[in-house]
Ligand binder design. Structure first.
Ligand SMILES: [Ca+2]
Length: 369
C-alpha cells in the first residue's frame, strides 16, 4: 500500500493553523488484475538513502543560530529542526551540473513534456478549473493556457510534487552543495536563504517542517514554488482564508498568475514570434549576445538579418532572439517578448518557457476537440 502524508500550510488572517491531510492511494489493479506499476521516480524513500543528521555539525548549528537571530525565532527550535535534517546523497546527485558537453536538445526536451498523458491531464485541469483560470486572467492578464502550461510542466497537475523531505533537501543544499558545480557559492547562498524562508514559513503557519515533502530542490506543491516564492507570491484565490498550494487548484492558479504579473506579464502581448533569417545581413552572435533578455526593437532585428513574422514587426516592445538547440541538428529560433522573459523568471530557461507555452497551446487545441 502506498501511503502519502501531506501537510498543508494554512493561513487564516494572522493565525495560522496546521491542517494535515492523510490520504491513501489504494493499490490499484488494472483491467487484467495486475497491480498498477509503481511510479519509479516518485515513490517516497526509494533511492533516497540518507546520511547522518546535521545535529553534530558545528556549521549547521551556527547556521541555525544565525537564522534564529536574524528572523527572531527560538534558536532551540531552529537547531532542533536543522539538527533533524539528514544529508541526502540523492539530492546532491540531482542538483549536480549536467556532464560537460551534453548538447541541449529542444526536440528531446519538448517530447518529455508535450505528450498525450500530460495533455489529457491538462484538459481535465482546465475543464475542472475554468472559473479560476478565467478569474485569474481577469485580475492579472495571464491567459489560462500559460497557467495550465506551467502547472502541467511543473507537476502534471499535482501528480508529481516531489518525495524528498524538504528539510533534508534544503539543509543538504545549504550546507553540502557540490563544490564542483560552476556556481557553487551562489547556489549555496540561494539555498541557505530558501532554508531560512522555509523555516520562517513553517513557524508562521505552525507546520511541522519535517512533515513536508517536495522536489530535490525543495520546491513545494502543484506549482513547485520555492519557499521564498510561496512567501512573496502565493495567494488565497478561493477565499477560504488560507493558502494551500498542495490541494487547492484555485490557490495554485491565482498564485502562478500572480507570480507572472509580479514579473511584469503584460495582458494581450504574445509570448514570441516566428522569425525568418536573411543570410547576407545575419549577425547571429550580436543578436544572441543578450541571451533571453529582450533587447532589440523589431527594426534592429531586421537590420541584423532577422525578421519577426506575423504581427512581430509591429511589436511595440523589445525582443530577444531565442535559440533552442537541437543537439547535432539545426537549432530552432523565435523572437521572445517581455512575456516570454516573464515565464523564464519562473524557471530560468528558454527551453522551459517554450515547453510551458507549447503545452498550453496543445491543451487549448485538445479542448476544441
Ligand atoms: Ca485558499
Amino acid at each position: 500500500m502506498l501511503l502519502n502524508l501531506t501537510l498543508t500550510f494554512v493561513l487564516r488572517a494572522s493565525t495560522l493553523v496546521l491542517a494535515a491531510s492523510l490520504y491513501t492511494a489504494s493499490l490499484a489493479a488494472n483491467a487484467k488484475g495486475q497491480p498498477a506499476a509503481k511510479k519509479t521516480s516518485q515513490t517516497a524513500a526509494q533511492g533516497q538513502a540518507l546520511g547522518p543528521s546535521y545535529a553534530d555539525r558545528a556549521d549547521a548549528m551556527a547556521l541555525a543560530n544565525e537564522i534564529a537571530q536574524r528572523r527572531g525565532l527560538d534558536s532551540a527550535w531552529v537547531q532542533h529542526h536543522i539538527g533533524q535534517a539528514r544529508f541526502s546523497a540523492s539530492v546532491v546527485r540531482a542538483i549536480a551540473a549536467p556532464a560537460v558537453g551534453t548538447p541541449k536538445n529542444w526536440n528531446l526536451y519538448r517530447s518529455r513534456f508535450i505528450e498525450p498523458i500530460r495533455i489529457q491531464a491538462g484538459v481535465r485541469f482546465w475543464q475542472a478549473n475554468r472559473e479560476s483560470l478565467e478569474r485569474a486572467e481577469a485580475v492579472t492578464g495571464v491567459p489560462p493556457a500559460i497557467v495550465v502550461g506551467i502547472v502541467g510542466v511543473e507537476s502534471i497537475y499535482g501528480r508529481h510534487t516531489g518525495t524528498h523531505r524538504v528539510m533534508d533537501a534544503l539543509t543538504t543544499l545549504a550546507l553540502d552543495f557540490p563544490t564542483a558545480h560552476p556556481r557553487a557559492a551562489a547556489r549555496t547562498a540561494f539555498f541557505k536563504a530558501e532554508l531560512e524562508a522555509f523555516l520562517v514559513l513553517a513557524h508562521r503557519t505552525q507546520t511541522d517542517p519535517q512533515a513536508l515533502r517536495g522536489s530535490y530542490a525543495g520546491a513545494l506543491g502543484m506549482p513547485q514554488f520555492m519557499p521564498s516564492s510561496w512567501t512573496q507570491y502565493a495567494i488565497d484565490f478561493d477565499s477560504d482564508g488560507r493558502v494551500d498550494l498542495f490541494h487547492s487548484p484555485a490557490d495554485v492558479i491565482g498564485s502562478v498568475a500572480n507570480y507572472l504579473k509580479a514579473f511584469h506579464w503584460q495582458a494581450g502581448m504574445p509570448t514570441h514570434y516566428p522569425v525568418e533569417f536573411h543570410p547576407p545581413q545575419l549577425d547571429l552572435p550580436t543578436l544572441l549576445e543578450p541571451d533571453i533578455r529582450p533587447t532589440w526593437t523589431p527594426a534592429e532585428m531586421v537590420a541584423k538579418g532577422t525578421t519577426p513574422l506575423g504581427v512581430g514587426l509591429q511589436h511595440a516592445g523589445k525582443l530577444a532572439l531565442i535559440e533552442l538547440q537541437n543537439g547535432a541538428q539545426a537549432p530552432d529560433y523565435v523572437a521572445g517578448t517581455d512575456n516570454f522573459y516573464a515565464i523564464t523568471r519562473y524557471n530560468w530557461s528558454s527551453y522551459y518557457a517554450m515547453a510551458v507555452i507549447t503545452l498550453g497551446q496543445e491543451v487549448a487545441q485538445a479542448m476544441q476537440k
